[in-house]
Write a protein that binds this ligand. Structure first.
Ligand code: URA
Length: 204
């Protein structure tokens, strides 16, 4: 269920995101760009239905999207991945799950939750760094309990440990990522990674 983005532009953007010299203003644009590529990949198989329209010349049967979407960023870093979804899919619903990673224990703590109705929708969780997988598993648990049946996870950089954790807890959830990195360090940061995504996004 793991899909690693395979696009030269994706590799280019990722290299610039990883570069410690990239300032927050550029980092935000790059995060937007790679999330756009990932949004397209994670919706490649969306259901469509027939719709008749008239071109200026004749009537045709076209195809339109048939499945409502919801995107759920894990706060705060996930916010940096939402905009491409709202631009590409103007009818998308947006929910929020606030999980904060304790910098010492690396265990996620829930501090906020606001969700739209989820039943019948493709629900795409966005979280840029899939490290231990603790936050992603916790968010997917919450969304499943709130009625989501078709869950997807979209990340920018993933560690093998995080992928394994999500696959163990939610084996039916496809994971889309721009990179599968080597490992976690002792502080549960991804190597080679790109550092703390939220800090780099917001300049904190
Ligand atoms: N969160 C981050 O922002 N970076 C990591 O490397 C791991 C988790």
């Amino acid at each position: 269920m793991l899909h690693v983005l395979d696009h030269p532009l994706g590799a280019h953007i990722l290299t610039r995101l990883r570069d410690r010299a990239t300032p927050p203003a550029a980092f935000r644009i790059l995060a937007y760009q790679v999330s756009l590529l990932l949004a397209l990949e994670a919706t490649r198989d969306l259901t469509t239905r027939d719709q008749v329209v008239e071109t200026p010349l004749e009537k045709i049967v076209g195809r339109v999207l048939a499945k409502p979407l919801a995107v759920v960023p894990i706060l705060r870093a996930g916010l940096g991945m939402v905009q491409p979804f709202t631009e590409l899919f103007p009818d998308v619903s947006v929910g929020y799950v606030g999980l904060e990673r304790d910098h010492v224990t690396a265990v996620a703590r829930s501090y906020y939750q606001k969700l739209p109705p989820l039943a019948g929708k493709r629900v795409i969780v966005v979280d840029p760094m899939l490290a231990t997988g603790g936050s992603a598993v916790q968010a997917l648990d919450v969304l499943r309990a709130e009625g989501a049946t078709e869950l997807f996870l979209v990340c920018i950089v993933s560690a093998p440990e995080g992928v394994r954790a999500v696959e163990a807890a939610h084996p039916s959830v496809p994971i889309f990522t721009a990179a599968l990195d080597r490992e976690l360090n002792a502080k549960k940061y991804i190597l080679p990674g790109l550092g703390d995504f939220g800090d780099r996004l917001y300049g904190t």
